[in-house]
Design a protein around this ligand. Structure first.
Ligand SMILES: NC(=O)c1ccc[n+]([C@@H]2O[C@H](COP(=O)([O-])OP(=O)(O)OC[C@H]3O[C@@H](n4cnc5c(N)ncnc54)[C@H](O)[C@@H]3O)[C@@H](O)[C@H]2O)c1
Length: 391
């Protein structure tokens, strides 16, 4: 049985713990969280509690098979560094980081430690998303022309009254929800259209009137010239969001006949997540009816599947499905969209593989100001792996 540590026993960490308790392949061996509330979580699960991953590794005497890092965003890369330091595979919650400098440092460190790091973009394990990606990548829809995605939902008033920071800059859907949608779009269209290479965006706070945006409209261009659009709002009483259409999280109301994404090609199109598909008969023409059918798939909880995958990764059966580089690209597109809102221009997302200097100019996710350890890939001795500074 694989021994797993969960760092961060908040909302998502507790969900990971519950999944571990239900999975016969894994056993929870410790909880890491400095908050007083975490004591009850550790006690309820019969495992020791540590204040930090550094304390865990130095004091516990345990050698876990894997660590799940479900801490706040600005602690993700720090957690990953602790795991690398101790040659322990890690599942890091999304987003990979709250800024690009941390990502550059982590990438550099990974060149010296061949330790698997899986990033928790859990929708990648969604059966309907995987099936839609298969259909798109198969070429049966022809050349992909466009992707149109919708993240329209209504956050209740209590969401804002219980967390006043959510009314202020940094607390809106651009920082909290957008990266999921970007990662979906990249996953669906990436193998057919290449990466997203340019973005434009507008945001508005006209509905709620808070300092932070409540809505945004975004346009995307892919490497092959295909285009995408995304409409995002947390003030819209609408069923068209991944949460409300996929039914993968029971916390949200579900509208199973609705879709939140539509991908169109020259020979056909597909709606997601219902997987309703249309294909031309003969020559493509708007005068001729297309044939339509539904692609069949079996639903499964993507978080359960993600944990199974992490076990496979830990056992060396396969590489991570969502690597640091892959998650870095979703982060860089998200950061580029935020910059496009601020500048009103067209922004090219940073490619972490090629441009370290440009990375430093990217907008930080979140408002925390700190100096980060700059690690050059060619100057990192094995013995001096250093985590980014404390925020
Ligand atoms: N995959 C998803 O769909 C999804 C959904 C929501 C949140 N998330 C991500 O999960 C992460 C946690 O979100 P949450 O909603 O559970 O937050 P949360 O605030 O409920 O929990 C975070 C916990 O981490 C603890 N913590 C803080 N610093 C720590 C450290 N250095 N070491 C260990 N523990 C530490 C806090 O005390 C807290 O208990 C975030 O990165 C978030 O973006 C992912």
């Amino acid at each position: 049985m694989l021994k797993i540590v969960v760092a961060g026993a908040g909302v998502v960490g507790r969900r990971h713990i519950a999944l571990i308790q239900q999975n016969p392949r894994v056993r929870l061996c410790a909880v890491v969280d400095p908050s007083p509330a975490a004591g009850a979580v550790a006690a309820a699960n019969g495992v020791p509690l540590f204040d930090s991953l550094s304390d865990f590794f130095s004091l516990s005497g345990m050698k876990p098979h894997g660590v799940i890092v479900a801490t706040p965003n600005n602690q993700h890369v720090r957690g990953a560094f602790e795991c690398l330091q101790h040659f322990t595979p890690a599942l890091i919650e999304k987003p990979l980081a709250d800024n690009f400098d941390d990502v550059v440092a982590l990438r550099a460190a990974l060149q010296f430690r061949a330790v698997p790091v899986l990033v928790g973009h859990h929708r990648r394990h969604s059966a309907s998303l995987i099936e839609a990606q298969r259909v798109i990548a198969s070429g049966e829809l022809g050349r992909i022309v466009s992707v149109n995605s919708s993240a329209l939902f209504c956050k209740p008033d209590s969401y804002f009254s219980e967390g006043l920071w959510r009314k202020q800059a940094g607390g809106g859907p651009l920082l909290i929800n957008l990266i999921h949608e970007i990662d979906n779009i990249r996953f669906l269209c990436g193998s057919s259209c290449g990466e997203i290479v340019a973005v434009q965006a507008m945001a508005s706070n006209a509905v709620r009137g808070f300092e932070v945006e409540d809505s945004a409209a975004i346009t995307l261009r892919f490497e092959n010239g295909s285009l995408g659009s995304l409409i995002l709002s947390d003030a819209a009483a609408a069923p068209r969001s991944w949460e409300q259409t996929s039914g993968e999280d029971p916390a949200y109301a579900r509208y199973p006949d609705q879709d939140s994404c539509f991908v169109a090609g020259t020979l056909g199109s597909i709606a997601i997540p219902t997987l309703q598909r249309w294909q031309v008969q003969g020559e493509g023409s708007w005068n001729e009816a297309m044939r339509s059918d539904k692609v069949i798939t079996t639903a499964a909880d993507p978080l359960v599947r993600q944990l199974e995958h992490f076990c496979d990764v830990v056992e060396g059966r396969c590489p991570p499905k969502v690597t640091v580089d892959d998650a870095a690209r979703s982060l860089s597109v998200t950061l580029a969209i935020i910059k496009a809102v601020q500048t009103g221009g067209t922004v090219t997302p940073v490619d972490v593989r090629h441009n370290k200097v440009e990375a430093k100019t990217q907008t930080r996710l979140g408002a925390t100001k700190r100096t980060l350890t700059q690690v050059r890939a060619d100057a990192l001795p094995m013995t001096e792996l250093e985590a980014p500074d404390e925020p």
